[in-house]
Design a protein around this ligand. Sequence first.
Ligand code: ATP
Ligand code: MG
Length: 305
Amino acid sequence: MNIAIEAHELRKRFISYERTGFLSKRKIVIEALRGVSFGIKWGEIYGLLGPNGAGKTTTVKILTTLLIPDDGYAIINGYDVVKEAKAVRKIIGLVLYPDKGFYSRLSGYENLVYFGRLYGLDKSTAELRARELMDVVGLKEAMNRPYEEYSLGMRARLAIARALIHDPPVLFLDEPTIGLDPISAREVRELVRKLRREGKAILFTSHNLWEVEEVCDRIGIINNGLMIIEGSPKDIKDMLGLRYTVEVEVQINGRIEVLREETVNPADAIRKLISEAEARGKVGKIRINEPSLEEAFIRVIKSEK
Ligand SMILES: Nc1ncnc2c1ncn2[C@@H]1O[C@H](COP(=O)(O)OP(=O)(O)OP(=O)(O)O)[C@@H](O)[C@H]1O
Ligand SMILES: [Mg+2]
């Protein structure tokens, strides 16, 4: 079967209370998910994007059996996340933001061994895996220090190591690079790409759209609990008709002029500008500025409002 993760028309509402005065409150209903569907293939990194409160973490929690949907269903490697939650838990790894659940007095290494044992690894396998993973995420030096002393970035790395302890084929990474310095964030992206090469299916969320564009094969943008647009970063930019800026420098009598065109078809524009430049002088530098995913994101979300 080619599809690793399937979400079908997921709905989730939360009942909450809003304060209306010093002693009074009013019941409110939050429609966190209003029918979200998508699929992720093996060997694919799928980016789930959306503004704060869009429903990303809620979706991740449903797919990882932590929340039960009110309606719709989801399948991971053929298992239903509600009816076969136990089987699902065995084959998934999860980094959840905001992160909880580590034992503060235990060292990072001891935490990993503990979670490995929970996943049914025997003691020596758990210890071996924990040691390997502390190295993979760059925490080898700090492996025997208590978790409570770890910095934000060290905690983020440990969370990734925990998600990998049982070598799951499916990974959910909800803001895995938050709080990481640029070098560590790049290491995480490299690790994620390596895991994709192993054929794993990976759901990735991040508010860093440059990072999403670099790492994700396909993305889905959700807003107010609904999927707004889906496709590769390039597909999405094309669907929105975002324009490339093409610039060709031309030297005319010792001074430089820049010929510029905004276009959806940069190849044609370059040919045209180069021949125009050749007719007027000596062709200099050529630049193409691609529209960014950030531009696409902002346009999609603004048009919704
Ligand atoms: N336990 C809860 N009780 C009440 N409302 C909740 C609960 N969990 C989430 N919500 C609400 O559901 C909506 C979706 O929240 P969710 O955490 O899924 O957003 P998100 O896309 O992950 O946002 P962010 O980018 O800020 O992490 C929000 O309006 C949020 O307030
Ligand atoms: Mg979230």
